[in-house]
Structure formats: structure tokens, C-alpha cells
Design a protein around this ligand. Structure first.
Ligand SMILES: [Zn+2]
Length: 360
């Protein structure tokens, strides 16, 4: 407990020291457009071969084609550093979620990278805003953490499906038009080789987690998300993949959490890599390794802002000590000039087009 406390105090000190440095830097942000990006209008005007990609804050993303959407690690509540350090009970801020949550009527699932509060706290409430068949997909620990909060029929454990060591893993078909592959990854250390709340749960909780340290990470996961051009129940035909997305909401050392060889051998490239920036300096060869391996056409950088400041689109403030310029240099050096590397402000979105021919 003492060690965690010291770590959290160090973050506060960092926060104070780096506040002005971070604020002064001019970075190539993609800013959100006025009027909440007018997302309803954008979704209704999407072509069959287009996808809206929105950075919703912290590790959160919102991916939506004309027909279906997926959310990853949605998080809006942003409890203050004081609430976190003093181990106050954390609760989703429903008012702020209701205000900023994009349309949910076609969302097929929420994918969760790990169980820390900044990845999972808001997910149970957001699940209540989704269609009844939508599932929350995460590790066994994530399932156990949510047992008191979410009906078991809506939780899907990746344990029997994930890529791990020699286990090849297999697709989880979460919707006729979407399949996901969970890949065991790792969590970057926060301070000297260590990160807090790193446990795995063996049993479902009887009472909901309260303070920050009770939101245990469990196994950290990356995901490959395939948006398919035609509905399928078993779908293993690469030619049917309209968009292939790699989603990594925590930095990992090179080769840990990478897509498995059998997937790479398909020769179906990645349209988009969504990469977490937080603590990237503490893991080896990141993001260089993953970018060189999967060669995505576009890159979206997330989890760079102070998630303990009140949620406000366009107003994210870089994490203390995070060298965003360095990350950008590394990312650009690892991909061809033609690859678009996007640094989105909170709430910013872009539209990407599929390279596949879609006859729909
Ligand atoms: Zn974490």
C-alpha cells in the first residue's frame, strides 16, 4: 500500500513540475470540429467503404461504419487526482457520459483492454445505453470485477479465445459484421518496473469495486478488429475484411501483444493502428516495433492526456513527462511518408476509407 501511495504522490509532483512545459508546446493536433463533430450527420452520410474513427479520451475509441460500431475503453468520468490518491469511491459521472456519448444504437460491443478504472469504470453504465445484444468483451478479471454490476449474459470473457504464448487464439464473432481477436499483451510500468493494481481475480466479486486500487488490471489485451463487408457467422475469408484495425490501449515491449503469425500470413494489411502513448518510454522498441511489423495505412495516437482533469473535448492536456514530440518522431520514422499519423485532441474524429472494393 505504501509503495502505491509513493507512486501516486510522484505523479502529482510530476504534474506540477511539467504543467507549464506541456502547456507551452505546439503540437500537430487534430482538433474536434464544432458542435460535437455533428456525429449524427457524419454517420448518416457515411459511404459503404468508410469508417468514422473518434478518439473519445484516455484509451477510448469509437469506430463506426455505416452499419455497425464498436467502442474501446470508453472513459469520460475522469475522477480528480485527489479522489484517486485518497482512495475515494469512484463512480461513473452519468451526466458527463450522457452529454458526450456518441450514438449507441448500432454499437455491437465494448472492448476492454484491462481492468484499471481509467479503462473500465464507465463501461458498465455505457453498456446500459447500448442495444440489448451488445456485449462487453474483456479478460476473466474484467468479467469478475463487473459481476456485481453487469448481467452475466452481457459479459464475454476472452480467455478461451485469446492469443497467448503458443496458443494461436481465434476470432470472436461479436456481430455478423464484426469479429475481434484478443491478444495477450502487457501493461507498461508506471514507476521503476512497477504498476499499481496489477492483480488478477480468480472469482467474481461480491461487491462492486470502490476505489482506484480495487480496479485490478487482470491480463492486458490488444485487439484486432475486423469490420466485414458482408454478414457472416463464422467468417474466415480475408477478402471479406473491409477494415482491419489494431487496437492497443496500453504500451507494450516489442513483440509482446503483436498479431500472431497466422494472421500476418493472411497478407490482409492493417487499415489503422490505434496506439497508446502513456509511459511509452518505459517499454522496449515502442512504437517502432509494432509499426514496422503491421505497417498500418493510418495511425491514431491515444491515452496521452491527463485523465484526472474534467472531461472536455478539445482541451486535453498532455500527461506529465510524456514526450509527445519524441513519440511522433519515432512513429514517423517507422512508417512510410504516405502513412497518416494522427494526434487527435479529445473528441476529434476522422473518416477513413477502405482499400477493398465494396459492392454494396
Ligand atoms: Zn492501466
Amino acid at each position: 500500500m505504501y509503495k502505491w501511495f509513493v507512486n501516486l504522490i510522484s505523479i502529482v509532483v510530476f504534474n506540477l513540475v511539467f504543467y507549464h512545459i506541456a502547456a507551452a508546446k505546439e503540437l500537430p493536433w487534430l482538433h474536434p470540429a464544432p458542435e460535437k463533430d455533428n456525429i449524427d450527420a457524419i454517420l448518416s452520410s457515411l459511404q459503404a467503404n468508410q469508417m468514422l474513427v473518434k478518439f473519445t479520451g484516455t484509451g477510448g475509441v469509437y469506430l463506426h461504419t455505416r452499419d455497425v460500431g464498436v467502442m474501446g475503453d470508453p472513459f469520460y468520468t475522469n475522477p480528480s487526482m485527489g479522489q484517486v490518491i485518497l482512495l475515494r469511491a469512484l463512480k461513473p459521472n452519468q451526466a458527463i457520459i450522457d452529454k458526450y456519448l456518441p450514438p449507441t444504437d448500432k454499437i455491437a460491443a465494448i472492448l476492454v483492454g484491462h481492468g484499471h478504472y481509467d479503462h473500465l469504470l464507465d463501461a458498465p453504465y455505457i453498456l446500459t445505453q447500448l442495444p440489448r445484444q451488445a456485449k462487453l468483451v474483456g479478460s476473466k478479471t474484467v468479467n469478475h470485477l463487473l459481476k456485481p454490476l453487469v448481467n452475466a449474459t452481457r459479459l464475454l470473457s476472452t480467455d478461451d479465445f485469446r492469443v497467448s504464448g503458443l496458443l494461436p487464439g481465434r476470432w470472436i464473432q461479436i456481430h455478423p459484421l464484426v469479429r475481434v481477436l484478443a491478444i495477450e499483451s502487457e501493461h507498461p510500468p508506471l514507476i521503476v518496473g512497477y504498476y499499481p493494481a496489477n492483480g488478477q481475480l480468480k472469482f467474481g466479486l461480491a461487491k462492486q469495486p470502490r476505489h482506484a486500487l480495487q480496479w485490478q488490471s487482470g491480463k492486458t489485451l490488444n485487439y484486432v478488429i475486423d469490420f466485414l463487408s458482408h454478414p457472416t457467422l463464422s467468417g474466415n475469408e480475408p477478402s471479406e475484411v473491409m477494415f482491419r484495425v489494431f487496437y492497443q490501449s496500453s504500451a507494450s515491449a516489442s513483440e509482446v501483444g503483436f498479431p500472431p503469425n497466422w494472421l500476418m500470413e493472411e497478407k490482409r494489411g492493417f487499415d489503422l493502428a490505434i496506439l497508446s502513448m502513456g509511459n511509452f518510454q518505459r517499454v522496449k522498441n515502442y512504437p517502432t516495433g509494432i509499426l514496422r511489423k503491421i505497417k498500418p495505412k493510418q495511425v491514431l495516437l491515444i491515452h496521452w492526456e491527463r485523465f484526472w482533469r474534467p472531461y472536455e473535448p478539445g482541451k486535453g492536456m498532455p500527461l506529465p513527462g510524456l514526450d509527445i514530440e519524441k513519440f511522433l518522431q519515432l512513429a514517423h520514422a517507422a512508417v512510410p511518408d504516405t502513412t497518416n499519423v494522427v494526434l487527435p485532441q479529445v473528441g476529434a474524429s476522422l473518416i477513413i476509407s477502405s482499400s477493398q472494393n465494396i459492392d454494396k
